[in-house]
Design a protein around this ligand. Structure first.
Ligand SMILES: O=P(O)(O)OC[C@H]1O[C@H](O)[C@H](O)[C@@H](O)[C@@H]1O
Length: 842
């Protein structure tokens, strides 16, 4: 063995040896005999032993240390990318490179060096590395062992190029445990996590400590800094303290997967368990946001500061699920005034939503926004912007909604808007735009408003489908019959402002919102709109919202066609104990009749309640049906109502679901008035929409994205105990067609949006909530984007969830602002009590 001494005064405790593959490793020993080995391959800690010689880390004897092979075991360092979400190889390249011993490491804080045996390692990029990662840095790692045997790792990354860059980082620690089923992790329960086994979908579980029953691959978000891992069999507890690493990844490949990993060397039991801290840095984004705020005078307090985490705490900022990118900035009505500061938000290259509406921003259209190539939603209405509109809109080819209304923009409407193929809503009303309206060929545009400008000429053919109100307050004319030939659309001075019938004082946005909320299937119907092809108007929806006795019972339904050889098939994990006979004996009530059949509530003898769906017109063979049901039955998610069992015979197909006592959204919206009518406020509606959208996201994630729900409507969305929406897991029953009688809700809403509003669409219930018009409009816009004709142009459901969550966030924010405003304006308590007592009879 080759020995050589390093690290000056720690000569006796630190030595360099060669590992079995001939690569240098540093060995640390504390005075009591605990030790750690750090390989120069990747700066990876390979071994950490107690003073009794017990190994605490898992490294397989089969591990092969041969760069550029990554080694599973010990503590690999994932840098500059954790996982595979980036341009680099899985977990970045640092773990596969040869590091050097750093004899001149800059000093650390005294506390980090005192009384410890340590080694400093350094990794610098080679010319070759710079080809794949063009950001120069120095990575310094200090590994130390305290007298008590604690292992500490400190990483310092220095950017040696002036340009900022983002990276993600992890200590990928493989703890050695006796048997993973005996392990419990505390400190992560109740946190949100992204599940890598479900396309990084976000989940939350209520419950006790985390235990392991099958493969786990999760990123727990924003955990506390202390996590404990209990190994009951070994009677050992690991306490992990982290600092500056918000997330924790928990990974265990379980038996099957670990067998396929040759360097794991695992045969039967699961001996290893990985848990690690992960930091997704956002420094460049953070700085961009701070620069924006510092240079933009505003009236309201915004809680952004250097010391808090952008993605967790900053008002109005939304990050991507993995926390690596800022995707939305929404600061409506915070009193920004003056010019938009240059070179600030333009640095948020991943920004998709920007809302600075209702501020007092002056100056020309912000040049920064040209850098935001991913922008989809832009809300700058109600400001004082002036000058011309951007000449080249093509830089933002994802733009879906643009609202620049109520500013002082002048000049012409740019032709380049025509290139925005995703655009669904364009509002340029109440500006000073002049010249002719260009021929905007926008297939997905459902909302347009150019009113109250100085536009002239003829409304181009492509826009003549919109109602005349869209062009009011201009001097333009139509050539077709929608207005008398060649007659001008009245300007605001020559005619009263366009006012929809029966509208009273409501603004157009309020009306749109009201439509969203009130249109026959109710606001939730708009979530319902997501992905729908067959929907009904209220009048046609058979579901009355109240259970009707006396419908055909499953008994009658089945008895005629029962085939003794076919049994109820229950899915694994289902706690019900009944058979077909019990189901036949159960008393039943019709819950609703839909396109795909009739749903019954069946009350079993043991008082359990289930929903039985009797499918109609399903002309498929048993095998195909069973395959489809297996797929549907495997969907497990808190926002998806699980399919518990099914029955197949030639003439009868039944599905058995859990019964949700909270009822369906349709029942809540359209149930008879009286005691059983629960009014749904706006916040609840948003919550329901988010839940339902999450459920649908989960369904879409199934079977490589091939599963669709196919029948989303308010009567198929139920409420869980937290009042989040849950969609049933019914996938489009194979080969069932939509009935002709079904009214096409999407078309109907389009026509309502286009034509003049009538009182019948109002949901009066929502009128009592102040300040929600804009949010309702946004919900309408999201829904409209979800139902564009071509499915591939619709947003992905994960993004829909984010969009609705953004609306919810604005809602919370606006509520907060208004309650702050109220409390600012409210009387001091002393005065209130004086008034109260002076007005009392005494
Ligand atoms: O196999 P590796 O590249 O070492 O990665 C091992 C594991 O690392 C992390 O925990 C990831 O979340 C897993 O998805 C991955 O399988």
């Amino acid at each position: 063995m080759n020995h050589s001494a390093v690290a000056g005064d720690r000569r006796e405790a630190v030595e360099v040896t060669k590992d079995r593959n001939g690569i240098d490793q540093v060995v640390l020993r504390n005075p009591r005999g605990a030790s750690a080995q750090v390989s120069l391959h990747g700066g990876q800690v390979l071994s950490w032993k107690t003073d009794r010689g017990e190994e605490l880390l898992f490294t397989s004897s089969k591990a092969i240390f041969k760069p550029p092979t990554a080694v599973r075991g010990g503590i690999p360092i994932c840098f500059p990318q954790f996982g595979n979400r980036g341009s680099l190889e899985q977990h970045g390249f640092a773990r596969n490179k040869i590091w050097v011993i750093d004899d001149n490491a800059p000093p650390l804080h005294a506390n980090d060096s005192d009384g410890k045996t340590y080694a400093d390692l350094l990794f610098k990029l080679s010319q070759e590395d710079l080809k794949v990662w063009p950001h120069s840095f120095e990575f310094r790692l200090r590994v130390s062992l305290t007298a008590d045997g604690y292992l500490t790792m400190i990483s310092r990354i220095r950017n040696i190029n002036c340009k900022p860059f983002s990276f993600s980082f992890a200590y990928h620690t493989y703890f050695s445990v006796s048997d993973i089923s005996e392990v419990r992790v505390e400190g992560l329960e109740t946190l949100d996590y992204l599940d890598n086994l479900y396309q990084r979908e976000r989940f939350t579980e209520q419950g006790d400590a985390l235990t392991f029953e099958s493969e786990v691959d999760r990123v727990y978000l924003s955990s506390s800094d202390v996590i404990a891992v209990y190994d009951h069999e070994k009677k050992r507890t690991f306490v992990i303290r982290k600092d500056g690493l918000p997330d924790v990844v928990v990974w265990n490949p379980w038996e099957k997967k670990s067998k396929s990993m040759v360097d794991f060397g695992m045969r039967s039991t699961n001996k290893c368990f990985v848990l690690m801290g992960q930091q997704l840095r956002n420094q460049s984004h953070k700085q961009a946001l701070l620069d924006f705020l510092e240079n933009f005078p505003h009236l309201r307090y915004i809680n952004w500061n250097e010391y808090s985490s952008v993605c967790e705490h900053w008002t109005g900022v939304t990050c991507s699920d993995d926390g690596s990118r800022v995707i939305a900035v929404r600061l409506p009505g915070v009193g920004f005034h003056g010019h938009f500061p240059v070179n600030t938000l333009g640095r948020l290259s991943e920004l998709q939503i920007l809302s600075l509406r209702s501020n007092g921003i002056t100056g020309s259209f912000p040049s920064d926004l040209y850098n935001l190539k991913k922008l989809s939603f832009l809300y700058l209405q109600y400001n004082n912007f002036s000058g011309s509109l951007p000449f080249n809109f093509s830089v933002w080819n994802n733009l879906t909604i643009v609202n620049l209304s109520h500013n002082s923009f002048n000049g012409s409407v740019p032709n380049s808007i025509s290139n925005l193929t995703h655009l669904t809503a364009l509002n340029l009303a109440n500006n000073s735009l002049s010249g002719e309206i260009p021929n905007l060929y926008l297939p997905n545009l459902v909302q347009l408003n150019l009113s109250n400008n100085n536009l002239t000429g003829i409304v181009p053919k492509s826009l003549q489908k919109f109602p005349t109100g869209v062009f009011y307050g201009n001097n333009v004319s139509f050539y077709n019959n929608s207005t008398p030939s060649g007659s001008p659309v009245p300007s605001s001075s020559s005619q009263e402002n366009p006012k929809p019938k029966n509208v009273g004082k409501l603004s157009e946005t309020a009306l749109l919102g009201i439509i969203v909320a009130g249109c026959v299937v109710g606001l939730i119907g708009f979530v319902v709109l997501l992905l729908v092809c067959c929907l009904r108007r209220r009048g046609e929806d058979v579901f009355s919202g109240k259970l009707e006795k006396g419908g055909m019972s499953p008994e009658k339904a089945i008895s005629r066609s029962q085939d003794a050889s076919n049994r109820l098939f229950f899915f694994e994990g289902c706690n019900y104990a009944f058979d077909l006979e019990d189901l036949l004996r159960a008393s039943a009530e019709v819950l609703g009749k839909g396109t795909f059949g009739i749903a019954y509530k069946a009350i079993l003898e043991d008082a359990n309640m289930v929903v039985v769906k009797r499918l109609k017109e399903v002309g498929v063979g048993k095998r195909e049906f069973e395959q489809q049901m297996q797929l549907v039955g495997s969907v497990k998610h808190e926002n998806v109502i699980e399919l518990r069992a099914y029955y197949y015979s030639k003439d009868e197909k039944l599905l058995v679901y859990d019964y949700c006592s909270q009822g369906s959204v349709a029942a809540m919206l359209h149930g008879r008035s009286g005691e059983d009518r629960i009014p749904l406020d706006w916040e609840t509606r948003l919550r329901i929409a988010i839940g339902a959208a999450k459920g649908i996201t989960r369904i879409h994630a199934e079977n490589g994205g091939k599963l669709v729900h196919g029948n989303i409507k308010s009567s198929n969305i139920f409420l869980n105990s937290q009042k989040y929406g849950c969609s049933s897991s019914l996938a489009s029953p194979v080969h069932t067609t939509c009935g002709d009688e079904v009214i096409h809700l999407v078309r109907w809403v389009h026509s309502v949006v286009r034509e003049e509003w009538t009182a019948e669409v109002f949901d009066l219930e929502l009128l009592r909530y102040p300040d929600i018009e804009e949010e309702m409009v946004e919900m309408l816009q999201i829904a409209m984007a979800c139902v564009v004709r071509m499915p591939d142009q619709r947003p992905k459901m994960v993004d829909v969830v984010k969009m609705i969550e953004n609306v919810q966030q604005t809602d919370n924010y606006v509520n907060q602002l208004s309650s702050e405003a109220k409390s600012e304006n409210s009387m001091p308590p002393e005065l209130v009590s004086v008034l109260e007592s002076s007005s009392s009879p005494n």
